[in-house]
Write a protein that binds this ligand. Structure first.
Ligand code: ADP
Ligand code: MG
Length: 456
């Protein structure tokens, strides 16, 4: 007998001895004899074989217990996160963590392509490792770089833990900002022009016949002066941000009149539905998680929105404030008008932090400048088939194209998210106007392809 055969024989003997064959046979015979064959045959067999299996009532009780246990675990995890957030690290611990983090980048050289890795030289590491921003925030380089140290696939790898970081660690942040925003050739100290909303009437409905554009959205990020960014916000400050937003939205007028809802008061199911409708946000990806974006969740998080859900203000999503104007059509003019009215109203009651060189300050260096991302979800079935032409056009028109599920999502059914590629070095108006021009050019190209198709 080969060794496999002998193993089989041994195994069969073992199953017989243990009564497994007998029990299985009995269960199958019982099922065979059953007049009304049960829909769920596996459940029938399982029930037959396991005499002590719970009945339906017991099962429901156990399920309740499990749900309760899950709730308790979630509460304890939150508590743990809260307590962890209160632990202060000593300078020696910071030094150790920073050196270990840097070493992990160096050791993994072939997989790391972040701007953090590119610009954090051993000399800068040495110079900045024990430097902090002013008290009481005391942000270290480590607080900014922890996410990039851990996530080796991150393209940027650094966040500002408080507004001061941009100046205290300037030899690291400045080249990263210049490279990301295409300002390497620009040796001027001032990278961002003053705010200019321009002549709002020049921005139009880009698809009055509702043929191509499914929806339009513009968002801005803002942070309130005098408070650190998310990596260093205390639990109290998260609530302070929310209170300030709640109070500042009380004077909203006309179509901007709405209600503020705090995340903790919205049940999970409703939250999920609101996230699907893009009214509310959920916890996001790992880079932000490691950087400390979800500390004390859901404390201080929430949304102000009007009943039509065309105007939203998010509290403590990533930056303190995100202002969003949207429409289920291609009326960019209407969306822009509402955004400008909303931010100007908000600015009457809140002071947002601005930098002499970088414009509006945000936690993530990629959002600096105008912080403006204007996008349309648009269906261009013919043009989207010609990937090369689309890519060339988007580059020439300074547009970013991706799927409608957010960054890194694929284009499906010819529906794309198209937005302005640039955020810095141009005014708000210039960016929205250039998106308008770009979308008009793409729609014209699609129409030409339609006509060519009809003629051909
Ligand atoms: P942001 O840069 O504002 O974070 P994301 O690409 O992460 O933008 O999108 C955030 C959410 O907003 C996603 O759920 C996305 O589908 C939605 N969204 C973005 N642009 C539009 C648009 N023009 N129409 C409808 N939904 C949009
Ligand atoms: Mg986002």
């Amino acid at each position: 007998m080969t060794s496999i055969e002998s193993k089989r024989v041994q195994y069969r003997k073992y199953l017989e001895r243990a009564g497994v064959i007998d029990a299985l046979s009995k269960a199958l015979i019982k099922l065979y004899e059953e007049q009304n064959k049960p829909e769920d045959a596996i459940r029938f067999v399982r029930k037959f074989m396991c005499e002590s299996c719970p009945d339906d009532a017991q099962y429901d009780l156990m399920k309740n217990d499990l749900d309760e246990a899950k709730t308790t675990i979630a509460r304890l995890e939150q508590e743990l996160e809260r307590l962890r957030g209160q632990i202060k690290k000593s300078p020696e611990e910071y030094q150790e963590l920073t050196m270990a983090g840097y070493k992990s980048l160096i050791d993994d050289e072939e997989n790391v392509s972040s701007l953090l890795r590119k610009y954090l030289t051993p000399e800068l590491l040495e110079e900045y490792m024990l430097v902090t921003t002013p008290s009481p925030v005391d942000a270290y380089l480590y607080d900014c770089a922890v996410s990039g140290f851990e996530h080796h696939d991150a393209p940027v790898g650094i966040y500002a833990a408080d507004p001061e970081c941009y100046d205290v660690f300037t030899k690291l942040f400045d080249p990263i900002i210049r490279e990301y925003h295409g300002q390497e050739e620009n040796d001027s100290d001032v990278l961002q022009k003053d705010v200019d909303w321009g002549n709002v009437d020049e921005i139009e409905n880009l698809d009055a016949e509702r043929k191509y554009i499914l929806s339009t959205r513009i968002r801005l990020s803002r942070n309130i002066e005098g408070l650190p960014f998310f990596p260093k916000l205390t639990e109290k400050q998260l609530i302070e941000v929310e209170d300030k937003i709640r109070a500042a939205t009380e004077t909203m007028d006309g179509e901007l009149i709405g209600t503020y809802l705090t995340m903790g008061d919205i049940d999970t199911e409703t939250q999920q539905e609101m996230v699907k409708r893009n009214v509310l946000f959920a916890r996001g990806e790992g880079y932000l998680q490691t950087a400390g974006c979800y500390r004390f969740w859901p404390t201080g998080r929430g949304v102000y929105h009007n009943p039509a859900e065309t105007f939203m203000i998010w509290s403590n999503e990533e930056d303190h404030v995100r202002v969003i104007s949207a429409a289920q059509c291609g009326d960019l003019g209407d969306v822009y008008q509402r955004l400008v009215t909303g931010i100007q109203e908000l600015e009457k009651n809140l002071t947002f932090i601005r930098h002499p060189s970088y414009g509006n300050l945000t936690a993530c260096p990629t959002n600096l400048g105008t912080t403006l991302r204007a996008s349309v979800h648009i269906r261009l079935p013919l043009l989207s088939k010609d990937e090369e032409r689309l890519k060339a056009m988007s580059e020439e028109l300074s547009l970013t194209i991706h799927g409608t599920g957010g960054e890194h999502t694929p284009i499906e059914d010819g529906v794309m998210d198209i937005s302005n590629k640039r955020r810095m070095g141009f005014t708000e108006f210039e960016l929205v106007k250039s998106l308008q021009d770009g979308i008009v050019a793409l729609i014209n190209a699609e129409e030409e392809l339609e006509i060519a198709g009809q003629e051909g």
